[in-house]
Design a protein around this ligand. Structure first.
Ligand code: SF4
Ligand code: SF4
Length: 425
């Protein structure tokens, strides 16, 4: 804290816990100097105006809970309201690794926490269905039939139903290999993901074809699936580990990169070293995380091979996914790709770096805050008057689509890969 004498005081702690991630959690706490620079970047602080709903407040709560000085149940509502959007990380001059603290803390608390029955049931449904495309498709179909019940259900259930699209697209399996067109410039594995395969299978198709058209061999390993990030985000550590292990076995390490088309997946995979700390798979986790790249960052890195153009003049808003912008630091790459497309006018919106409220399963767990953030995002988008909105994350796409649907004449929302694919020569 910058005190009256102007000295900087970092946070002392007395954390004595048996947890492999204790050093990372303690380091994040120690580095915080209470300066408060992160507060203005935090969506929940901006919305709720409470210190305990800010990064600084949450760090203090996690510290005192880990020290055993407060009942973790008292801290829990504030930690649950954290989006995990990581906007506080680039805003922090002391380089506090807030994500290391939050991931470790949530995993630890989940094993010790008692949830009310309805909460526990919602969580179980998320864990048992979202990562598995077949189960999720069945659940989504059943949920679609029950949509009319939404207003009568508790908020988390009705939020789940509201997020389901009225029509699910037919499933489209990708070929196991899409060979590079022309001279080969790279070899990648495309991580097929989970819910996105059901909600928008066209995203992976567009990404794979775009990569192949740009000289990249694309492998889609049949045995690969959900990366577990959506579960890691909610502290379901063992379930996330099981899914990650399946991908370690399924994806050969002789590729240049492992490509994700959902920002949340890429960001969660970057946490694998922490997830597998001191475990036999620690080296595999390091290597997998190091090779993982977001689709737009990889494509911008190799560069578009041929000029691309949309058929007509199109005004485009690029919506930053927090897990791409803040957690992985990719602001320039998707914009650079879009700027290369003819007939495309790229528009910037107010508060572009503030979360839309999707944040993994946040719009199910905290529907009111998510809806307020979503409404703000929709208003910012509409005031730019775009013809189309693009993003690099299925969660953001679903959330923004739902919010924009409440406005007449609102623009469609697509994945950046789909828009770029439609500009191929
Ligand atoms: S900006 Fe960083 S050091 Fe300052 S209060 Fe926030 S987390 Fe702590
Ligand atoms: S992760 Fe996002 S919501 Fe959570 S404290 Fe940081 S800025 Fe706030």
């Amino acid at each position: 804290m910058a005190g009256l004498c102007g000295t900087i005081v970092s946070m002392r702690h007395d954390i004595n816990i048996d947890d492999p991630r204790a050093p990372e959690m303690a380091e994040a706490i120690e580095k915080c100097v209470h300066c408060g620079f992160c507060l203005a970047a935090c969506p929940t602080y901006k919305l709720l105006g409470e210190e305990m709903d800010s990064p600084r407040g949450r760090i203090y709560l996690m510290k005192t809970a880990l020290e055993g000085r407060i009942d973790p149940a008292d801290a829990q509502p504030y930690i649950d309201r954290c989006l995990g959007c990581m906007a506080c990380v680039p805003a922090c001059p002391s380089e506090v690794a807030y994500g290391d603290l939050l991931v470790g803390y949530r995993a630890r608390q989940e094993s010790q926490r008692e949830r009310p029955p309805l909460d526990a049931m919602t969580r179980k449904m998320v864990i048992e269905t979202l990562p598995y495309p077949r189960r999720f498709r069945l659940a989504a179909r059943a949920g679609k039939l029950g949509k009319w019940l939404a207003p009568a259900l508790p908020p988390t259930f009705s939020a789940m139903l509201d997020l389901l699209p009225s029509d699910l697209p037919p499933s489209q399996a990708l070929p196991e290999t899409l060979p590079a067109q022309g001279k080969r410039r790279g070899v990648v594995a495309l991580l097929p993901g989970c819910a996105q395969q059901v909600l928008a299978p066209g995203i992976n198709h567009a990404a794979a074809r775009l990569l192949a058209a740009n000289g990249v061999d694309v492998h889609v390993p049949r045995a690969a699936g959900c990366c577990g990030s959506i579960l890691l985000h909610i502290g379901a550590e063992q379930e996330a580990q099981a899914l990650a292990r399946r991908n370690f076995a399924a994806i050969a390490d002789d590729v240049d990169a492992i490509i994700t088309t959902a920002a949340g997946c890429g960001s969660g995979i970057k946490d694998y070293p922490l997830l597998f700390k001191n475990q036999p798979e620690a080296a595999a986790a390091q290597s997998f995380a190091a090779k993982t790249m977001d689709f737009s960052a990889y494509l911008a890195g190799i560069g578009l091979r041929a000029p691309m153009q949309l058929p007509t003049d199109t005004r485009v808003v690029y919506q930053d996914a927090c897990h791409l912008l803040h957690a992985q630091g990719h602001k320039a790459e998707p914009r650079a790709l879009l700027r290369e497309v003819g007939n495309l006018q790229l528009l910037e919106i107010a508060d572009a770096d503030t979360c839309c409220g999707s944040a993994g399963t946040y719009n199910i767990d905290q529907p009111e805050i998510a809806s307020q953030l979503g409404a703000r995002k929709a208003a910012a988008i509409l005031s730019a008057q775009p013809d189309v909105v693009v993003s690099g994350n299925i969660g953001c796409i679903t959330q923004i689509r739902q919010q924009l649907a409440q406005h007449t004449g609102a623009p469609p929302v697509r994945h950046i890969a789909q828009l770029l694919h439609s500009a191929l020569p």
